[in-house]
Design a protein around this ligand. Structure first.
Ligand SMILES: Cc1cc2nc3c(=O)[nH]c(=O)nc-3n(C[C@H](O)[C@H](O)[C@H](O)COP(=O)(O)OP(=O)(O)OC[C@H]3O[C@@H](n4cnc5c(N)ncnc54)[C@H](O)[C@@H]3O)c2cc1C
Ligand SMILES: C=CC1=C(C)c2cc3[nH]c(cc4nc(cc5[nH]c(cc1n2)c(C)c5CCC(=O)O)C(CCC(=O)O)=C4C)c(C)c3C=C
Length: 518
């Protein structure tokens, strides 16, 4: 079966007008082009991005027919939460969402409309989980410097007061290259210590990635833009910049600002956001199909044909919320230029080990600690879950006792070299590495009451050097071929839950011809 990806256009299917992603729409994110108001939209991939796309589609004044295809037996993708018989909640994916910025506010609006406002667990900015983060270096925990003291005095593991790094940033001319590694950028602007300790750890704690391979332009666009626009990262971040405040803040977002939330979770865990989205979109006409992996996608005579085992569906518009490599596998040979770009967006695997200890006390209090790659490449860090969200601790084994939850994360960009093939690694090995880290770093040597090991394969996309050019080539291909295909999700323009939801909203805005209601 041949598809119409090449520039051949069949006479019966004249090109439909394009809605460009550019001028006047005030939206970004979501790669792709769209005809006006398609009758049927197929959303592929039932993670948070695909579910959020369905949510915005069914809320349209005249919604199209919406079909969601998900390969696995459940919806939510990396939003995975387990509740133990004692009522403890363990997160195997995201555990906190930031309320800040337009994307944070839009997520909160959605949460509110889903009826989840009463389930929010918020961490205020004054809380130790918001204020304290640590680095584990040289066999000891070091608080990351904050406030005036950190600025004016050398705080180990840093050998100089951060003021010197700040001065360096103010005096260093802006870079001129189109992209740079996060490490190279930090080294040039702030010096080697900030690059090797702080930025190395930051990349491990958001992308589970290697700062020497990750692109500053794509991973930290605010830092890159700040330098280009103001000549200094610190000045750029401090001075007001256009485009920040999109729309009036209301409801939960206003509450989040008033109560100074730094991040939030949900009483039943982050997976309950996916469950609420399913419960919202299903009665509004969206057809959700799990156990339906897309195996082939092709565009013939102006319509999409989607093949899943045992069936073929047709649609006017496809929203791909798949990881880039999964979409590449479904494309026909004629779309090789697109598939090649998609395959060049890799993803890292992370072992997530949830542990719960009875009667244990942490030596420090905070969100958790990160481990620089120079200290131990295999061990990304440990999150002290009970500090931020004690409501998830469940009932302790003994009345009046405590039940401490921790999550150890291992592997990332160093998975293969540390543990071999993620599909073959023994969970016992990961568990013993995690327990050893908890013992060495935090002095907790007991036997955990609960231990869950999940190997999350290819779970976090890596925006490597030149990622922005890849996105431009993808966009150009879709435009030249006039394909009614939108690409959303973590593979492209932001990995956070907020970014994923924002990419879905922006893509639906383009499909419908106007931004969705808040
Ligand atoms: C361990 C971990 C911790 C994280 N922590 C945070 C955090 O604290 N805060 C935060 O904001 N973000 C965090 N993130 C990032 C965020 O959770 C993810 O980037 C986001 O959930 C990705 O959502 P998605 O829908 O784009 O992709 P996915 O969740 O990957 O969804 C894609 C879906 O497509 C399906 N699929 C794959 N192939 C096919 C096919 N052929 N046909 C049909 N369906 C298919 C998959 O089964 C999956 O359900 C974390 C991620 C991980 C892994
Ligand atoms: C798979 C990727 C991630 C790993 C591994 C990870 C580990 C990890 N993270 C922290 C501390 C924080 N993480 C925060 C947010 C956050 N974390 C990830 C992914 C991984 N974390 C994402 C995608 C995000 C969202 C980022 C965003 O832009 O919103 C935060 C809160 C954000 C902040 O204020 O910086 C913290 C804190 C530790 C200690 C850790 C150790 C294993």
């Amino acid at each position: 079966m041949r598809c119409s990806f090449p520039l051949v256009r069949l006479p019966s299917a004249p090109p439909l007008p394009l809605i460009s992603g550019g001028k006047g729409r005030g939206q970004s994110g979501g790669l792709g082009t769209a005809p006006l108001m398609p009758a049927t939209v197929a959303v592929v991939g039932g993670g948070i991005s695909g579910l959020a796309a369905c949510y915005h589609l069914v809320r349209a004044p005249r919604p199209p027919k919406v079909v969601l295809l998900e390969a696995s037996g459940r919806f939510g993708g990396w939003l995975q939460s387990t509740r133990s018989p004692e009522g403890a909640v363990f997160e195997h994916g995201p555990r906190g969402v930031r309320p800040a910025g337009p994307a944070g506010a839009q997520t909160l609006h959605m949460v509110s409309e889903l009826g989840l406002a009463g389930d929010i667990l918020a961490v205020p900015r004054e809380h130790p989980a918001a204020r304290n983060r640590f680095l584990y270096l040289g066999g000891a925990l070091h608080p990351l410097p904050s406030g005036l003291r950190g600025l004016l005095r050398a705080v180990p593991p840093f050998s100089r007061a951060l003021l010197w790094n700040a001065l360096r940033d103010l005096l260093t001319p802006a870079g001129t290259g189109p992209d740079e590694s996060a490490h190279g950028f930090a080294q040039r602007r702030f010096g080697p210590e900030v690059a090797e300790l702080a930025v190395d750890s930051l990349c491990r704690g958001v992308f589970a990635g290697d700062s020497r391979a990750l692109s500053v332009r794509s991973c930290f666009p605010a830092l890159f833009q700040a330098e280009r626009q103001r000549g200094s990262v610190l000045l750029g971040l401090a001075l007001p910049h256009g485009g920040g405040g999109a729309g009036p803040e209301a409801g939960l977002a206003r509450r989040a600002r008033a109560e100074r939330w730094s991040q939030w979770s949900l009483r039943d865990g982050m997976e309950s956001l996916a469950r609420a989205l399913v419960a919202f979109v299903s009665p509004r006409g969206a057809e959700l199909r799990c156990h339906s992996p897309l195996t082939h996608l092709c565009h013939r005579r102006g319509r999409w044909q989607l093949t899943v085992p045992g069936a073929t569906l047709t649609a006017d518009h496809v929203v791909s919320a798949l990881p880039a490599s999964a979409l590449a596998r479904a494309l026909p040979a004629e779309a090789e230029p697109l598939a090649r770009e998609l395959r060049a967006i890799p993803a890292a695997s992370v072992a997530v080990v949830n542990l719960q200890y009875e009667g244990a006390t942490l030596p420090v209090t905070g969100f958790g600690h990160l481990v620089p790659s120079s200290e131990d490449p295999a061990l990304l860090g440990i999150v002290y879950d009970s500090v931020a969200f004690p409501e998830h601790d469940g009932t302790p084994a003994t009345p009046g006792g405590t039940s401490l939850r921790l999550t150890v994360m291992l592997g990332g960009a160093w998975f293969q070299q540390s543990f071999g093939d993620p599909a073959l690694v023994a969970p016992e090995l990961l568990l013993s590495r995690a327990r050893a880290a908890v013992s060495d770093h935090l002095g907790l040597a007991g036997t955990p009451r609960n231990a869950i090991v999940r190997v999350q394969q290819d779970c976090i996309p890596q925006y490597t050097l030149g990622h922005w050019e890849r996105l431009e080539r993808i966009q150009r291909f879709l435009k030249e071929q006039q394909l009614p295909l939108s690409l959303i999700g973590a593979s492209y323009s932001g990995v956070s839950v907020n970014d994923c939801i924002a990419s879905a909203r922006a893509a639906v805005g383009k499909i419908l011809g106007s931004p969705p209601e808040p």
